[in-house]
Write a protein that binds this ligand. Sequence first.
Ligand code: NA7
Length: 546
Amino acid sequence: MNDVMEATREPATKAATDFDAIVIGAGVSGLYQLYRLRELGMTARVFEAGSNVGGTWYWNRYPGARFDSESWTYGYSFSQELLDEWNWEEHFAAQPETERYLNYVTDKFDLRRDIQFRTTVTAAHYQEAESCWKVTLHDGSQHTSRFLVTAVGVLSASVLPRIPGIDTFKGESFHTHNWPKAPVSFAGKRVAVIGTGATGIQAITEIAKTAGHLTVFQRTAQWSAPLHNSKVTPEEMADIRKNYADIFAKCQETVGCFIHAADPRSALEVTQEEREAFWEKRYGEPGFGIWMGNFRDVLMDREANKLMSDWLANKIRARVNDPAVADKLVPKNHGFGMRRVPLESGYFEVYNQPNVKLVDLLETPIESITPDGIRTTDVEYEFDMIIYATGFDAITGAFDQIDIRGVGGVSLKEKWADGPVTMLGILVDGFPNFMMVMGPHAGLGNFPRAVEYTSDWVTALIRHARDNGLTRVDATPAAAKDWTDHVIETNEGLLFTEVDSWMTGINRNLEGKQVRRVMRYSGGHPAFRQRCDAVAEGGYRELAVS
Ligand code: NA7
């Protein structure tokens, strides 16, 4: 089809495109966006690289992968029927349960027929004359749409470490994100895990149960705390179902959309006994309470943070038999909660097992991967399997993998070379009709809660465009600057901004990701929603439309 011809033949308000909207990704965000677009009566096509739905919960099938959010706070809230039907098996569901849930949602709402699987989007170019997007797929085929919604995830572009010889290893090797569907056996094998982030900690705990021998290569120790997962009993599920409205309302009130809200007290205004009793209680409770429900100043005040870190260090030491190993497991270069707190289920006790060894890469860095294993500065270890739990090109990585070009052929990757510029983390000036569900500058946290809100906002904007005969909606440069400045402001003074992590845009394995950047909104979800609501209620005055 000749798009230019079509566009000139059709009235301006009628889409002369293959679809009203194209959505990239069929994970938590993409599925919900498709549902909402359908509701508008729009034609939509979702392109998904995987062979099934789920996104994060499709790819990350490594042993031990599970929620750190309470399952019943993570599920979609939009359908009462769905809430009535679905029973969560565990308070923190493992990957297979979540994957089942997302498939159930897909089938219940008949979403599959608009999703094209095993399809990678390689380019998306805005067509100025036709006010539409032309999307190119891995096989060279092209499709056009008025609107382009990215639902590409925050942690979806996995990264292997830059270690010489990585391609020479003769045994099995996997990145945790690209884990095979067929079962992987560790029995009797000499297994290496590189990386001790949230993923590594989950995987190591599980693999240690069956591996012949497990060697963990740790560069940075983590302030990990207990998850306290358990089965959901039928009585608990009945109770949860009765209370869904309150649960979701509570999530809406907190900065991270979790059910855990910070304690209004300062860690410094209570006695040592009170402080420690409070931390002991949080340490004994399920979920992120210890991070998100701590004293209000623990993540902001150096002294409060130091007290918490020292307290938690003692917990780690008490759980590991060998004091020298315990010492290596206590973080030295950052305080508690400055990086994403991994929740664990017996992680520290793993190092008391005779089949597990911890290698501290600060003492003996890796020199190379060899055909037989891993060589550090002091010894060559032989392995049957190497597992890379080495993380992601976070937040902007999935965008960078697609050649996205706006007005005048401007590349999004180049526009963001010095850090993202967005309006509300949803729009980018110069990229009309382009909307991001959970792009950079979005608030992180309990993902689906933020996804539902953001996707509803995107849907309302698309409806507004349609109802008003607009073929082009774009953020103005001024509005994008305002929001970007505000995002930067919300990060000022927060201790996590002083630490290298994926949340500050650092990935030591990637060129161009060595400088800390403001990647996320830190003003909290309630404030984020207020800003978004104000734009919508004001009739989208901040946008340039035609
Ligand atoms: P993370 O949190 O980025 O962790 C990656 C880990 O891999 C981390 O321990 C890194 O050490 C380590 N790493 C990366 N490259 C190397 C090399 N070259 N050598 C040694 N160690 C290396 O990713 P995750 O997948 O664990 O978690 C991502 C998020 O997913 C998580 O926060 C949850 O929100 C879900 P470093 O810390 O850089 O020293």
